[in-house]
Design a protein around this ligand. Structure first.
Ligand SMILES: Cc1ncc(COP(=O)(O)O)c(C=O)c1O
Length: 337
């Protein structure tokens, strides 16, 4: 079955699988004391800065928790979009494990704008009020939109004026960097990010993410936070081997460019057959209105979104032209075209 449900419905990219096989030889020390981990960390430092502190984790929720925990005091809050993954799709883990308040700002396209911050932060310094300390931005956003360098710059300068730290949830940072034609490091630098959750699983890995502390001071406690939040994998070489593959020969960009291109094609074809899109297609997500898609849902997997009749379609590193044309034919049959 072809699924447009999510970009983690696809399998593992063959180059990643080959890297896992190659790593599957002999004995090495566990918990990251191995040559694969050293190489993966070196590659991450090459992307995000020689002084940055990278650590590998098993999933994106864990990456976000570790990144945020490293920035927060007990009385601090995280400001994010109301549709942010940390706010609506992590089962309350940030609130439960961080013990911190999340302040979700309304964002019709997933992007926060600078004007929203001042009102949220007007009680900074008031001992009776929670202190908004971290601005968590998702790039690309949960609505498949991308902050431009200009938008990011304006937002970040306002956040800095208010004394906030910047976290980027980059579960799909690769898709944004590919769309903007920049490197991963430039995609982080656009936000002057203190810490990034760098995605891998949605871009062809079997299951590995990284937390990169661009501000090395923030990374001091990260290894203990990772262990205490159950994110330290013992057979760590397999996480690392995946990241080595992703960061070698531009695999991250090839995969992201492919899934972005497929989504653009899907969006264009849907419009051609009379389907309205609710968001611009900037990366690998398409949001569209489909009244009564019942039969289509028996054939394809995709999620209903927030607005009435709105559905999300994600493309992956392995989505093909044929997948799209078959799907468009099925949409045409449904609407009698
Ligand atoms: C924006 C974003 N952040 C983080 C995650 C990480 O999720 P998981 O914990 O399932 O790896 C996801 C996955 O859907 C996501 O879309």
């Amino acid at each position: 079955m072809v699924s447009f449900g999510s970009d983690n419905h696809s399998g593992v990219h063959p180059e990643v699988m080959a890297a896992l096989h190659a790593a599957n030889e002999g004995h090495v020390s566990a918990y990251g004391d191995d040559p694969w981990t050293r190489e993966a960390e070196d590659l991450l430092r090459q992307e995000f800065g020689a002084d940055s502190v990278p650590i590998l984790v098993a999933n994106g929720t864990g990456a976000n928790l570790i990144a945020l925990q490293s920035c927060l005091r007990p009385w601090d809050a995280v400001v994010c979009s109301d549709v942010a993954h940390i706010n609506v799709d992590e089962g309350g883990a940030p609130e439960r494990i961080l013990g911190s308040k999340l302040i979700g700002l309304p964002t019709p396209d997933g992007r926060i704008v600078p004007e929203q911050l001042a009102a949220t932060c007007e009680r900074i310094g008031d001992e009776h009020a929670v202190q908004p300390k971290v601005l968590s931005l998702t790039q690309s956003t949960e609505y498949g939109t991308v902050y431009t360098a200009e938008q990011a710059g304006a937002l970040v300068s306002e956040a800095r004026r208010l004394g906030m730290k910047i976290h980027v949830d980059g579960a799909r940072l690769a898709n944004a960097a590919a769309a903007l034609g920049i490197s991963l490091g430039e995609a982080a630098a656009m936000f002057d990010a203190d810490v990034i959750s760098m995605g891998g699983t949605k871009n062809g890995l079997m299951g590995a993410e990284a937390v990169v502390f661009v501000d090395p001071g923030l990374g001091d406690q990260a290894k203990w936070i990772r262990k205490a939040t159950t994110q330290l994998m013992s057979k760590h070489r397999y996480l690392a081997a995946q990241f080595i593959a992703l960061l070698s020969d531009d695999l991250w960009r090839r995969n992201a460019e492919h899934s972005n291109t497929m989504a653009r094609q899907l969006g264009e074809r849907l419009v051609e057959v009379g389907v309205a899109l609710t968001q611009p297609v900037e990366v690998n997500a398409v949001f569209a209105i489909l009244p009564e898609p019942g039969e289509l849902q028996a054939q394809y997997h995709f999620y209903e979104w927030l607005a009435a009749d709105e559905y999300r379609f994600m493309c992956s590193w392995d989505t093909t032209d044929t997948d799209i044309e078959d799907f468009i034919a099925a949409v045409g049959l449904m609407s009698g075209n």
